[in-house]
Ligand binder design. Structure first.
Ligand code: KG4
Ligand code: ZN
Length: 357
């Protein structure tokens, strides 16, 4: 079964063709980063206009790369939330038109769950059908989300921890804006940090109990990054004296800031993995591109606990994760009709479709 997936929830216009939920025939992504860079963040209205002009060429490219024609498409899947409303509506309208014209089913896909599924693209699909890999704990870290999701072999899923303010990717983006080093923040901070000393400055690790303040049990698996952002602001004011941080001071600041985020993500994930007695840990979402984060989890998630890290090309927004996940809904007969709507905020998560019992 070949599913054509469409993703326009934020600033990437993406189309992909995936066979049987696992084999990525093509994954075409047009990034709008350059358009939004001057604003230091994504402008929803601008994103929608960019999606509108990119979607046709991106689809043509995805079809061409896959070697398929429109007649080979068995279903159309599209991200219908969460995300930026004007951006989502472009992909959703396009998907509806395509599904109708091809006479194939339409499936609305939750972007957050798609990020989790992206971890398993291009890998052996049997991973998802092995009892010994469950329960799984997914750390979803992106520009919009930072959450720990417990996934059982029966498909039941529960968000056991989430951010109470900024997402980790958002913290990277805001920090880079503050340091005046570019957008998106994650990749530029990672690059700047390579020349820095991560132990030079001690940035806060909120909600870890490390500050000496007792940690409320309800926040044990929650995250908070807004204090870290404020601390960076004071740090810049104190050491920069109103000027942009430069040279080694900038490198050490970026490295220490990144270290604080990586440290919190590692600590919370490990604590939750032990508490819930999971068998495997999943790392996914845009921030999962971060090499220090990948390396740190690799070094700390030890056997018998298994670690599945999303391939970098499926960490940031793409449509292969959308088309791949849709396969399981189709198999279960859960397809949508043309009334399927877009939604901006993450709904309560209670199930994933790729279960084994
Ligand atoms: O998953 P994604 O493409 O979009 C959302 O669903 O939000 O994630 C984008 C986020 C941005 O905040 C970006 O700064 C962050 O992922 N990111 C990184 C890295 N590459 C992208 N964060 C840290 N290190 C990276 N190398
Ligand atoms: Zn995303």
């Amino acid at each position: 079964m070949i599913v054509l997936g469409i993703e326009t929830s934020c600033d990437e216009t993406a189309v992909s063709l995936v066979k049987d939920g696992a084999t990525v025939l093509s994954s075409s992504v047009a990034s709008q980063i350059a358009r939004h860079a001057e604003f230091g963040g994504v402008i929803p209205e601008l994103a929608a206009r960019e999606h509108l002009s990119a979607i046709n060429p991106v689809m043509s490219k995805a079809l061409e790369l896959s070697g398929c024609s429109l007649n080979d498409i068995d279903a159309v899947a599209v991200t219908n939330g969460p995300g930026l409303m004007p951006a989502l509506l472009v992909g959703l309208s396009f998907a509806k038109g395509l599904a109708v014209s091809l006479g194939v089913p339409l499936i609305g896909i939750n972007h957050f769950l798609a990020h989790i599924y992206g971890t398993f693209l291009d890998s052996d699909p049997s991973i998802l059908f092995k009892h010994e890999n469950y329960p799984m704990l997914a750390l979803v870290v992106s520009g919009g989300h930072t959450a720990l999701v417990l996934v059982g072999q029966d498909g039941n899923a529960q968000v056991v921890g989430t951010t109470i303010d900024d997402a980790a990717g958002e913290a990277f983006d805001k920090a880079a804006k503050l340091l005046n080093i570019g957008y998106p923040g994650g990749p530029v901070i990672e690059k700047t940090a390579q020349k820095g000393d991560a132990a030079k400055f001690d940035f806060p690790r909120s909600l870890t109990g490390r500050s000496g303040k007792s940690l409320d049990e309800k926040n044990r698996f929650n995250f908070s990054f807004s204090g870290l952002k404020t601390s960076l602001l004071y740090h810049c004011e104190r050491l920069g004296g109103g000027e942009k941080l430069e040279g080694q001071l900038l490198y050490d600041t970026a490295a220490s800031f990144q270290e604080a985020i990586v440290d919190v993500l590692r600590m919370k994930t490990l604590d939750a993995a032990r508490f819930f007695g999971v068998s495997s840990v999943i790392l996914c979402g845009g921030v999962a591109c971060n090499n220090p984060l990948r390396e740190r989890l690799e070094a700390t998630v030890k056997a018998p606990l298994r670690l599945f890290i999303s391939p970098k090309k499926y960490c940031t927004d793409n449509a292969a994760m959308v088309a791949g996940l849709a396969f399981y809904y189709i198999k279960a007969g859960q397809v949508d009709n043309l009334s399927v709507d877009a939604y901006a905020r993450l709904p309560e998560i209670s199930r994933v479709p790729f279960c084994i019992s």
